[in-house]
Design a protein around this ligand. Structure first.
Ligand code: PGA
Length: 249
């Protein structure tokens, strides 16, 4: 049985006050029957504060981006070593907002995946198609290529210490969730792609769904055989919603 993950991507939201109250509420509300893993990914500036606030809880900490470089003259960047130093265990790579707005090509995403693993961070690799790509019936081609670029760089065995997230771009922040069947179809395709290269790793890899997950739809998504949790944006900023998603694990 793969353990379900509820992961919150806070994006560029928050303040010191919000970080304190949101983590406080999540900690207080996490019941013993939340059997899945819980991960939060605040913006860089709040990682240190968040790391202190989650101490002694089951909440894990992730960053939203990582540099491929180790240190030095890279103004504005954060290295993997720094993220580890700040208390992170995970890092998102290849989020569609970074692919669309910040030049994160599939090659760069693969390099970031590798940089994360080099320092022991677990990369959460995001893949997903746009609405035009879905309507042109190229979803599998697009997400397959995004995944394969990473496998070609690091080898399929490296997926063992990673998490995959399918996030259809048309469902992110739009309130338009993929149906459980739509999600299942793409998740099963991703898993089949990996089965062909290493069946054991394919079987244990967690594949999260992201795109307008909320407290009301999490349970039916997580009930699909190849959906192993959610990568949650908007609803992860509301403790009651996020706690409902955690309960659905
Ligand atoms: P959303 O964002 O839940 O607000 O759609 C998901 C994400 O971007 O990871």
């Amino acid at each position: 049985m793969r353990k379900i993950i509820a992961a919150g991507n806070w994006k560029m939201n928050g303040s010191r006050d919000m970080t304190a109250s949101l983590i406080g509420e999540i900690r207080a509300g996490l019941s013993r029957d939340c059997r899945g893993e819980v991960l939060i990914c605040p913006a860089f500036g709040y990682l240190a504060q968040a790391a202190e606030l989650i101490e002694g809880s089951k909440i894990q900490l992730g960053a939203q981006n990582i540099s491929t470089e180790k240190s030095g003259a890279h103004t504005g960047e954060m290295s993997g070593d720094m993220l580890v130093d700040l208390g992170c265990s995970h890092v998102l790579v290849g989020h569609s907002e970074r692919r669309a707005m910040y030049g994160d090509t599939s090659d760069l995403v693969a390099a970031k995946f590798e940089a994360a693993q080099r320092v022991g961070l677990i990369p959460v690799l995001c893949v997903g198609e746009t609405l035009e790509e879905r309507e042109a019936d190229t979803t599998e081609t697009v997400v397959g290529a995004q995944l394969q670029t990473v496998i070609d760089r690091v080898g399929v065995d490296a997926l063992e210490s990673s998490v995959l997230a399918y996030e259809p771009v048309w469902a992110i922040g739009t309130g338009k969730t993929a149906t459980p069947d739509q999600a299942q179809q793409v998740h099963a395709f991703l898993r089949r792609t990996i089965v062909a290269q290493n069946a054991k790793i394919a079987d244990s890899l967690r594949i999260l769904y992201g795109g307008s997950v909320n407290g009301g739809n999490a349970a039916e998504l997580f009930a699909m055989p190849d959906v192993d949790g959610g990568l949650v944006g908007g609803a992860s900023l509301k403790s009651d919603q996020f706690l409902d998603i955690c309960a659905a694990t």
